[in-house]
Design a protein around this ligand. Structure first.
Ligand SMILES: [Zn+2]
Ligand SMILES: [Zn+2]
Length: 716
């Protein structure tokens, strides 16, 4: 992953941001209050952007929901330390969970929470809510003061060290140092110990306002030239400095705790050392950055460590390989996904379920080509506004063709093939449509950011008076489908008209009111992002929360006033006049690839019975039962149960392998089972394996069919 951000900040609030990329709100707040100026240079774009970032303020063609596929990333730092805009550095080592785990060993051992190591541990584990810099002023003070205390400790232990900047970040804080000798991970323990000593002394933090000249004099006195540069960047006066105890101080504007004794020593840990450049400029001094994490209490730290470890264990790239679900191969092209038999089986089940749900809810299915004449993409505006995200055009005889980056124009082409009466509306058309988008090499990320993917796309064409009902229908369907995959917590946002927009005030007002009405009727709480809508219409975004508390942007519902205009779409109204229909884009998963990645991580590869690519594995105790094992498999397959036989190893090994492959049911067959026409069942369950004893094969088939029909998580 390329580092696309570089922070050069200073420890001060009185400065103006040189250039701020609209990243996480927490970051903005940090910028506004403290760590200015923050200069983050934008790489190509978005693997590093949090999902809260909207591309919608940029002039983009319609079909906003599809844009999300390219701006989707794992939402939290602990899911992907390397993709954070907040962790810029050179030769940065990835966040070492092992390092976290070992440095916090002490605290965790004393913490009330247990930290299960297994990714498929009991889901009943009580989750501790983690505050954010945004939600907790206390947390902010703790992190900020911790950064200073760490700097103090480093300067004490490594005489001659110069401190530079030290802001708080999403999961803690860091400080950049210019040291005489390199600091290594091994030194962190020592530094932490010194921090603990400083904390125990309950040193007061005192604020002092001085003139620029006085600040300069004091800096020269302690010979810290970095501070002089920081001072030069501060445009306002007076200059504020903070002292900790009597001897140590830094340019700073707070906020801090009152005295170091208020820092929860057991909720603070140092994580890793990385390289960084002064001012983020590779031509300037190379510095050492120490990352730390800090929380309000031990329980939160334990939760953070748990989630970090879980995120590592659940990484879909790792599990995808181990469970033989998919591959992405450099030789065949990066960002292009190969679904292996087991992954393709899961995909097929998801697709069947998705289609069934849509048909039940009044949708019709479409299927459209992967390429179309360039003309279509000129009419839609994609060629003008979205070109850098498209594959190059290809020549076919005398015409140019375009691999499709979105499905919408194709659905419009079907709409426009005949005249529609108002009586036909609403029309709901859905397609699992595969699209291709250009992403710079080096920006791809597993299934989360790819060049080819299948959107679970749908377009609704309706009358203005039908918007609210249609949106409500989409919300209901979205909830039903996401719940089936065990997502039950949603974060909903409504984005309204931006400054630059197409469409009349009247239609914006009407559509936005309809969206609100639908959300109110649904009874969902939602946030409002004023001005955060696309230029072509208001939208609703839905984030889902996974098993370890991470939030993922998947579903989007987007009203569009632009494409119907561009394509001059019409319907014949009751008064005989031709009018423009309202167009709604929507996706529930976003894309199958990305959603699959989220599912793998959410379930830690332990798929529910109804989704599992292999639901049961027959394990013969000796070679004498191999033939019977195959007979059992045939019998179950006749009932559409996904079953396989694995033999040729001793039973304990077969069982171990079945566990490693997370097969829901192990069906052991020995001499006795063969005589009885039965199997001995061990089933995975929420609390580990359960022995269900000997069951007749015909009965098992019936019970499995019942469980399958109910789309059960576990067999019981
Ligand atoms: Zn669309
Ligand atoms: Zn400070």
């Amino acid at each position: 992953m390329q580092s696309v951000a570089s922070t050069s900040g200073c420890h001060y609030s009185g400065m103006a941001a040189a250039r701020v990329w609209p990243a996480a709100r927490a970051l903005e707040k940090a910028i506004a209050r403290h760590v200015l100026p923050l200069r983050i240079s934008r790489g190509v774009s978005a693997p590093s952007l949090p999902p809260t970032f909207h591309t919608s303020s940029l002039p983009q063609p319609s079909c906003h929901h599809s844009l999300f596929s390219t701006t989707f990333i794992p939402p939290n730092l602990w899911s992907s330390a390397s993709s954070s805009p907040l962790l810029p550095s050179l030769s940065r080592r990835p966040l070492s969970v092992a390092a976290v785990a070992s440095t916090v060993q002490e605290s965790v051992a004393e913490a009330p929470q247990h930290v299960p190591k297994k990714p498929d541990g009991p889901p009943e584990r009580e989750r501790v809510e983690l505050p954010t810099n945004d939600s907790s002023e206390t947390l902010l003070k703790i992190r900020h003061t911790s950064a200073h205390v760490m700097a103090m400790a480093v300067q004490k232990l490594f005489p001659g060290t110069q401190v530079t900047i030290g802001p708080w970040i999403e999961k803690g804080f860091y400080y950049d140092f210019d040291t005489k000798e390199p600091i290594t991970d091994k030194d962190l323990k020592k530094i932490k110990k010194e921090m603990a000593r400083i904390i125990s002394k309950k040193l007061p933090l005192t604020r002092e306002e001085v003139t620029r000249e006085e600040a300069r004099r004091r800096i020269e006195e302690i010979q810290e030239p970095y501070k002089l540069e920081i001072l030069d960047g501060i445009k306002t006066e007076p200059i504020t400095i903070y002292k900790i105890g009597e001897d140590w101080w830094d340019l700073c504007a707070g906020p801090h705790v009152e005295h170091t004794g208020q820092l929860p020593v057991k909720a603070i840990e140092l994580e890793t050392v990385a390289g960084a450049y002064w001012r983020g400029d590779e031509n300037r001094q190379q510095l050492q950055r120490i990352y730390g994490t800090a929380w309000e209490n031990e329980a939160q730290l334990a939760e953070y460590v748990y989630r970090t470890e879980q995120a590592r264990l659940r990484d879909h790239r790792k599990l995808g390989q181990e469970l033989k679900l998919f591959s992405i191969q450099d030789e065949t092209g990066s960002g292009l996904v190969f679904w292996h038999p087991k992954g393709a089986m899961i995909r097929s089940i998801i697709e069947q379920y998705w289609k069934q749900q849509h048909l039940r809810n009044g949708y019709e299915l479409l299927s459209t080509p992967h390429v179309a004449k360039l003309e279509l993409w000129k009419t839609s505006g994609h060629f003008d506004f979205y070109k850098e995200n498209m594959f190059d055009q290809m020549a076919v005889e005398d015409e140019k063709y375009q691999l499709k980056p979105m499905n919408c124009p194709c659905h419009i082409a079907i709409y426009k093939d005949s005249l529609h009466s108002y009586r036909e509306l609403p029309i709901r058309w859905a397609e699992l449509g595969t699209v291709y988008r250009y992403e710079k090499s080096g920006t791809m990320h597993g299934l989360f950011r790819v060049r080819g993917f299948t959107q679970d796309d749908a377009h609704i064409f309706c009358l203005p008076s039908q918007i609210a009902d249609e949106i409500l229908g989409v919300l209901d369907l979205t909830e039903a489908i996401l719940r089936q995959f065990d997502f039950t917590k949603f974060e909903v946002n409504l984005s309204t008209r931006p400054e630059k927009a197409v469409g009349s005030d009247g239609i914006w007002e009407r559509a936005t009111t309809a969206l609100r009405e639908a959300l109110d009727r649904k009874g969902w709480e939602y946030g409002i992002d004023e001005g955060g809508g696309a230029f072509y219409g208001p939208k609703i975004d839905i984030k889902i929360e996974d098993a370890i508390g991470r939030r993922w942007q998947c579903s989007t519902i987007q009203v569009d006033f632009n494409l119907p205009e561009r394509f001059q779409m019409e319907y014949q109204d009751a008064d005989g006049e031709r009018k423009r229909p309202i167009m709604i884009h929507r996706a529930i998963f976003g894309s199958l690839e990305r959603f699959f990645g989220v599912l793998i991580e959410n379930y830690a590869g332990d798929f529910p019975l109804w989704l599992a690519p292999v639901q049961a594995r027959v394990l013969p105790i000796t070679d004498s039962q191999v033939e019977y094992a195959h007979r059992v498999a045939r019998q179950l397959k006749a009932h559409d149960i996904r079953v396989e036989v694995v033999s040729g190893e001793r039973l304990p090994k077969l069982v171990r392998n079945a566990n490693a492959d997370k097969i829901p049911l192990q069906l052991v067959v020995g001499k006795q089972e063969e005589e009885h026409g039965s199997v001995a069942i061990t089933a995975r369950g929420p609390n580990g394996d359960r022995k269900l004893g000997e069951v007749d094969v015909a009965e098992l088939a019936e019970r499995l069919k019942v469980a399958e029909a109910a789309k059960k998580r576990w067999f019981d």
